[in-house]
Design a protein around this ligand. Sequence first.
Ligand code: UDP
Ligand code: MG
Length: 314
Amino acid sequence: MGILYLVIPCYNEEAVIEHTVEELTPILEDLRQKAKIAFESRILLVDDGSRDTTWEKIEALHQANPFVCGLKLAHNRGHQNALMAGLMEARRYCDCAVSMDADLQDDIHVLEEFIDKFNAGTDIVYGVRNKRDSDTFFKRRTALGFYKVMRLLGVETVYNHADYRLMSRRALDALSEYKEVNLFLRGIVPLIGYSTDYVYYDRSERYAGESKYPLRKMLSFAMDGITSFSVRPLRMISVAGILIGCLSVLGLLYALISKLCGVAVSGWTAIVCSIWLLGGIQLFCTGVVGEYIGKIYSEVKARPRYRVETFLKK
Ligand code: UDP
Ligand code: MG
C-alpha cells in the first residue's frame, strides 16, 4: 500500500475542474477504504499558466479539500511540460503517480486496476484505449496514421496509449534523468525499461470545455515525437540523394545516346517538370534537416522546461 498522486495538467479548464475533483474524490476514498492506497494520497492539479479562473478554482478546491494539491506554473508550457512538472513534484512525496487529463476522457473507474498492478510489483502501467468512438473521424485517422509513422520510423511507442499511465517512484526517478527539452513522454517512458503492464479502457467524450489540442498543436506534437526520437528521416534524405544521383546518371546516358543517334530532344515540359520536382524535393529535405537543427538548437540551450510559481499542499 503506497501513497498515490494523481497528476492532472490543466490549461483553461475552469469548466471541468471542479467536476473532475468531485468525480475523483469518491474513487480515491474507496481505494483508501480498501487499503489499496495510503491516506496521504493526493490529487495534484497542475495549472499550466491558464488565462481563465482555473488557478482560483484550484486554490478554492485546495482550501475545501485537503486531498487536493495545486501546482502553478508561471507560464503556459504545454501539456507534456506541465505533466513533467507535476510528476517531478509528486516524485518527492509519492510511491506511485498516475497521470491523466483534466477532462475525464480517460475512464477513472479503471484506477483500481492500475493500483492493483502497482501493488503486485509493476513499475509502469499504461492505459490503453480499446476504441476511439468518442474521437472525431478526423482525429481518429490522424492519430492512427501517427502511430503507424512512428512505428515505421523505429520509435517504440505503446499503441493507442495517451498519457494515462501509472509510474512508480523508481520509474519517476529514472524519468527525471532524461534531460531533453523537446519532451515526448510517450517515447521516453518505454525507454526506462522497468516492468510494465497494461490496463484497457474506453475513452469517452470530453466532459465540458473545448479540446486544447487543435490540429496545429497536434501536428507540432507529432513532429516533436518523430524528430526527438528518430534520425531516420535524415537517413532517408541521404538514400533519396543516392537514388536520384543514380537515376540522373541513367538519364545522362539516355540523353547522350539519343543525341548520338540523332534523335532530336524536343519539349521543355520535361525539363520544367523536373526542375520543379527536384526543387520541391530539395526544399523538403532542407526542411527536414532544419527540423533537426532546430532540435539541437533548443537542446544545447538547455533552458528549464518549466518554472514553478506556487505549490499548495496540506
Ligand atoms: N493541457 C495543458 N497545457 C496545454 C494544453 C493542454 O496542460 O497547453 C492539458 C489539458 O488541460 C488537458 C490535457 O492537457 O488536461 C489534454 O488536453 P485536451 O483534453 O484538450 O486534448 P485532447 O484530449 O483533445 O487531445
Ligand atoms: Mg481531452
